[in-house]
Design a protein around this ligand. Sequence first.
Ligand code: NAI
Length: 458
Amino acid sequence: MEIFDVIVIGGGPGGYNAAAYASANGLSVLLFEKDELGGVCLNEGCVPSKTLLNSAKVLNGFLHGKDFGVEFTGEGRIDARAVVDRKNRVVKRLVAGVRSKLKSAGVTVLKEKAYIEKKEGEFFKVSGTSSAFLSKYLIIATGSHAFIPDIEGMGEAVENGFALTNKEILNLTEVPGKLLIMGGGVIGLEMADYYNAAGAEVTIVEMLPKIAGATDNAVSAVLKKALEKKGITFLLGTKVTKIKNGAVTVSDDDGERDIAADKVLVSVGRRANVSGSGIENIGLSVEKGAIVTDEKMRTDVKNVYAVGDVNGKVMLAHTAYREGEVAVNDILGKNDAMNYGVIPSVIYTYPEVASAGYTAEEAIAAGINADEISLSLMYSGRYIAENTDYTGIMKLVYDKDEKTLIGASVAGSYASEYIVAVSDLINLKVPLERVKKLVYPHPTVCEVIREGVFEIKQ
Ligand code: NAI
């Protein structure tokens, strides 16, 4: 039986990055991926959704050209088939990129489903479809799947294609007339923005009183207003209680009613993939449906690590990348640990929404002597030059005792790109007085960060 230092199960961002990093550091690595390399993120998540959203952005530029003194002739519209074809080409190119990264790093890749058989002495025995292998270390990176709530009629609706998940919604070459979206979280909002641009009548049903989960209330409100202006309908404080072809039943304080729909997107969260890979054969602990890990990504079984969505901590691809590196560093005997505190998150709608660290509410609830400052993005000349409706805002949260930034939330252009500037200031605990001495390029929207720091009264 062939022996490797490390067997990685799952070729998504957590798994492939860990595999390449381990191999580049001199370990022999076998990576199992039963489907396509790149996992959900590359094939049916982050990347394809951004490709679709970019087409919506291009159309938006066309439709609003007049606001910028540009006139187009003809009618702008999304050709869903062409958008999906382009998305497929983008995904193919990136999957090939992952394959060549792994090849040049010297990772052995098997397109097979892995099953952990048992621990044999100091080795783990993992079988593929035709052979079994041994390894000293295991990295489990099996990802997550869309959660399908147990609602009357849901099983049948999923089976006959009336209800879709993140996977199928990215491949519709015909735009549904009426799209009902269950869940006003990240996936629901991004897909609402694209399908609204593509011509669907979109309704988002969200059980909470606000959209975008833990996002700052004011920032979430800016996003909601912008999406409403584009024609998206929100039913907040509302739950889907029944689903049958052509309609869903929703319930709120006023009781139940039916809403017509041609398709339903189910985007009410994700669940870790903890079954089917044999983790029970080595006695891994699972809590709240996810593999239990510590800050070094160790599970409770020696030499077994779990990275990415499967540990249920922060289900974001960029978290998974870092977790993979932390796990490998632990294997290599290098001191490293995850810091989950300031991981930036982005909603790639138009306007973009980005957050890092605490909201003021969260900071105060955590016992921090915190305050916040709210600024219009109109502090930025570039923002004014490139926009026509000036609704964008940035909130900065700071620790009054430590005199450092501890959180940021933004709604507006380029937020996805410059949120990292604030999250670095937070992470590195840069004193506010020091931030004032940093030079930001002009004109950029991120100058608002520096403006905001100057507005803070200390
Ligand atoms: P989510 O957790 O972001 O949002 C789910 C929403 O559904 C919540 O607001 C919840 O209150 C609502 N909900 C739950 N049950 C409901 C019901 N029965 N009726 C109505 N509303 C209900 O989950 P989502 O959007 O499915 O995303 C899943 C994961 O994928 C998240 O962890 C997210 O971080 C990740 N993701 C990240 C992206 C990004 O970083 N841009 C893009 C897409 C996904």
